[in-house]
Design a protein around this ligand. Structure first.
Ligand SMILES: [Zn+2]
Length: 240
């Protein structure tokens, strides 16, 4: 599947999982420490849960907006992250993509492009490492172990920055969604690397999708867009 499909499914999964967690914490607020650490939404969301008055809602709106923006960003990055093991993927060229998006003219435009071309060195280095040391495309980076390690690192970083590992959990949800989507394709993925190189599939042989199937991209993007609308509506009814 292409980068756009992974982006949309990543965002859909994060919105859906956030909605489900908020509903779950609404019903069950007391959890043992390890679970509470990874399932406590950032304060911008929890404050909103108490069905605030309009004035309080206005005060909390910036925090709520920033939290939602952060979650959307995590959905975009987490949904594409496993393809960092492919040097030509969108995520491995994210620096250049951002540089192009900001396209300005003249000297400033040139400097912006050079800056993001240099920043692009970071995902390209990660792609190089994945290709040379972790089995290349759909190698270790497309495994459950990598999902846990990378999400754990994101969760730890956000724990220090924002006091909750919830963002790491949501990054993991988007990462897992990518792995599940790739399991519909013909080559499948080796979920249990480095312990086993068995390829896992979610469809029987014969009806699996080609890796670049336009049909699959269209179908998955449509389903994910429906999921985004339903989750967004769920969030609105939970928060307001
Ligand atoms: Zn992939």
């Amino acid at each position: 599947m292409n980068g756009r499909t992974h982006t949309i499914t990543g965002v859909a999964s994060v919105l859906g999982a956030t909605c489900a967690t908020l509903q779950f914490r609404h019903n069950i607020s007391e959890l043992p420490a390890p679970l509470s650490n990874i399932l406590t939404p950032p304060s911008g969301l929890t404050l909103s849960l108490d069905k605030m008055t309009f004035v309080a809602a206005q005060v909390e709106l910036p925090a709520l907006s920033l939290t939602l923006l952060g979650l959307l960003l995590l959905g975009v990055v987490g949904g594409q992250f496993p393809d960092i093991d492919q040097p030509t993927s969108t995520i491995a060229n994210s620096g250049r993509a951002v540089g192009r998006m900001m396209h300005q003219h003249g000297l400033l435009g040139f400097l912006v492009k050079v800056l993001f071309w240099i920043i692009n060195f970071i995902p390209q280095t990660m792609a190089w490492i994945a290709n040379n040391f972790f089995g290349g495309h759909r190698g270790v980076v497309h495994s459950l172990l990598a999902m846990l390690v990378v999400s754990g690192l994101v969760g730890t970083a956000t724990w220090f920055l924002f006091g909750t590992a919830f963002y790491g959990t949501m990054f993991g949800v988007a990462y897992l969604t990518h792995l599940v989507a790739d399991m519909f394709t013909r080559s499948g993925i080796k979920l249990l690397l480095p312990f086993s190189d068995h390829s896992f599939h979610l469809l029987p042989p014969g009806i699996r999708f080609k890796a670049d199937s336009e049909w699959q991209n269209g179908l998955v993007q449509t389903l994910a867009m429906v999921a985004i609308v339903v989750s967004a509506w769920g969030l609105v009814t939970l928060l307001i």
